[in-house]
Design a protein around this ligand. Structure first.
Ligand code: ADP
Ligand code: MG
Length: 576
């Protein structure tokens, strides 16, 4: 929490104003009972109506001042808290943008979303309360005590008895409720998780007829959250009546004792009324502060979660002095590359070496889980290698700036990701200033033209969030077009033809050959037919290279490759 307070810095002026106005409000409110006691003592008792009018006007003035101050301070405090919330969110967002996939994997998408939204809101809410009560309550409490004591020393004993009792009651309730608040946050997490899994997995749930089981799972999580919320609210509900009881008992005690003193001419009626009001002000301010302390653990938990995001330093940063390769070529060289996912025992990539050349097609083939996707994610530096090196045109990717490195690469991920917008806006994601012709050309090469033409508005047809209004193969082709429009020097296709039928696959590859020209092309594929005519085929098995060469050579020399081929092609095709 304290660390987040550093974000208050730009708002210190406003915070000071809040304090000033709260001070004004507190002073005006403290002044009111004294004025009232004057009205009663000097005006009413003597029947001096001019006096009553005059002091009545003063009272109205004080009330007005307190109202105005209260409104202004509340407004300013909200402005500060909302501004701080915005700043924290912006900082969290830009930090997450700077994360490498390694840090991403650590938190998970859902948690990052909650941390940026809900957790920031929690902190923001507490901040508003803190700013309003932290200043106001102590002034009211101390000022009230002093003024009450000034009105009558003897009656102060009542407060001396009541306040400790009240503090004890509040402390008990707080110790009961604070752990419940913690549990409540974690139950809320569970409900969120179950709900999220259900929404994302709705097709699977329907297909396997698991609605009932899932409903039950949700019902349980929901039930637990409900139970704990009810318990929290039971305690919260108890707080108010208990406090009212204590306030009223205190009033009665003061009236009872005060009545005696008045009879003995030891106290005036006005002073007694003022005393009661001070007592109420003191007790109210104590209640407010404790309520805030009850809310604190919740916001504290959120603050910790936010700080975790802010303090995790991105593992992949640009070098202080970046080098850039001379000219545009596209030679990618992996030298003895080993890579391990964080926390994994076995490396996902072991000692891999190969080189790709401009104008050539390099294919990577291997069973599922053999490390193909992992291997190519090292080229755009999504992850850093554990040992060995990845160089592009002779420069280590760690020595280049990330934007410069990635500008050279057209990357087509294994799972196509589209953004809500239009077909054209998705293709332009690869190159912002692409002309309509460039967009259409990329679409044509990616074999997207036909289905785009069938959509009502061609390239201006809408794409739904996540591209849900397109088929898997259509999404793949758009994601290919997005890479093509960049005209990069290195193309990387991660299993990007898997959802295409053989005919489209073949047409696409022929068109690609022409389009990519002098660029380096790296294709990850499952189908032998896709890789057969590559200039170089890299065969991966359990993260290691077990063969490099052309189709014919590998058929002779590489057992793993032969097995893959045998499982897919007929004898005569093999002999080709
Ligand atoms: P392929 O693309 O060849 O099917 P991957 O490169 O996706 O294989 O995966 C290789 C291995 O790395 C697998 O054993 C998989 O379990 C592991 N792996 C993949 N992604 C991650 C990740 N984000 N965190 C940890 N392990 C991973
Ligand atoms: Mg893969």
């Amino acid at each position: 929490m304290l660390k987040l307070l550093a974000f208050l810095k730009p708002y210190l002026g406003l915070v000071l104003l809040v304090v000033v106005f709260l001070f004004g409000q507190a002073l005006a409110e403290l002044f009111l009972p004294t004025l009232m006691s004057d009205v009663v003592n000097n005006g009413m008792v003597r029947g001096d109506s001019a006096y009553i009018w005059r002091y009545g006007t003063y009272m109205a003035g004080a009330a007005l001042v307190s109202t105005v101050c209260s409104i202004v301070s509340a407004y300013l405090a909200s402005m500060v808290a909302v501004g701080l919330g915005r700043d924290v969110r912006a900082r969290v967002f830009s930090r997450v943008e700077a994360y490498s996939l390694r840090e991403f994997d650590r938190f998970g998408t859902a948690s990052l979303i909650t941390r940026t939204t809900n957790d920031v809101t929690q902190v923001q809410t507490l901040l508003v309360m803190a700013m309003r009560f932290m200043v106001y309550a102590p002034i009211m409490c101390a000022g009230g005590l002093m003024l009450a004591y000034g009105k009558n020393h003897a009656l102060t004993w009542v407060l001396a008895l009541v306040l400790p009792v009240m503090l004890a009651v509040i402390a008990t309730l707080a110790t009961l409720i604070v752990p419940l608040f913690r549990t409540m946050q974690s139950k809320l997490d569970t409900v969120n998780r179950v709900l999220r899994e259900n929404l994302v997995g709705i097709r699977v749930i329907r297909a396997f007829d698991r609605q009932d089981a899932e409903s039950e799972r949700f019902r349980l999580a929901n039930r637990e959250l409900t139970d704990i919320s009810i318990r929290v609210n039971q305690i919260m509900a108890a707080i108010q009546p208990v406090m009212m009881l204590m306030l009223n008992v205190t009033s009665i005690a003061i009236i009872w004792l005060g009545g005696k003193y008045i009879a003995q001419n030891f106290l005036t009626l006005g002073d007694m009324m003022a005393f009661i009001q001070y007592a109420m002000q003191i007790m109210f301010s104590i209640i407010m502060v404790t309520l805030m302390f009850v809310m604190m653990p919740r916001a504290q938990a959120s603050a910790v979660r936010i700080n975790e995001v802010l303090e995790l330093v991105p593992g992949i940063v640009d070098p202080a002095v970046s080098r850039s390769p001379a000219g545009v070529k596209g030679r990618v060289e992996l030298r003895n590359v080993t890579f391990r996912y964080p926390g994994a025992e076995e490396p996902a990539i072991r000692n891999v070496s190969f080189t790709t050349f401009p104008g050539e097609l390099t294919a990577i083939i291997g069973g599922t889980g053999s490390g193909k996707s992992t291997l190519i994610s090292l080229i755009p530096r999504f992850y850093d290698v554990e040992s060995g090196s990845v160089t592009v045109d002779g420069v280590d990717v760690r020595e280049m700036s990330q934007p410069e490195l990635r500008a050279r690469i057209g990357f087509v991920p294994q799972t196509p990701v589209l953004f809500s917008g239009t077909i054209a806006s998705n293709i332009r994601y690869g190159k912002q200033d692409a002309t309509d012709d460039e967009v259409a050309h990329a679409g044509q090469v990616a074999q997207a033209e036909e289905f785009v033409g069938q959509l009502g508005q061609g390239y201006d047809s809408p794409v739904a969030q996540g591209g849900t209004n397109l088929s898997g193969g259509q999404k793949q082709r758009l994601s290919i077009a997005r890479a093509l429009v960049r005209r990069p020097e290195i193309y990387i296709f991660d299993d990007s033809f898997s959802a295409l039928d053989f005919k489209t696959d073949a047409r696409l590859r022929t068109a690609l050959r022409k389009e990519t020209g002098q660029a380096t092309v790296i294709i990850v594929a499952q189908r032998v037919s896709t890789v057969m005519d590559a200039d170089r085929i890299v065969v991966l098995d359990e993260g290691a290279v077990v063969g490099i060469g052309k189709h014919r050579e590998l058929l002779d020399s590489c057992k793993v490759y032969r097995e893959i081929v045998a499982s897919q092609l007929s004898e005569e095709e093999m002999a080709r």
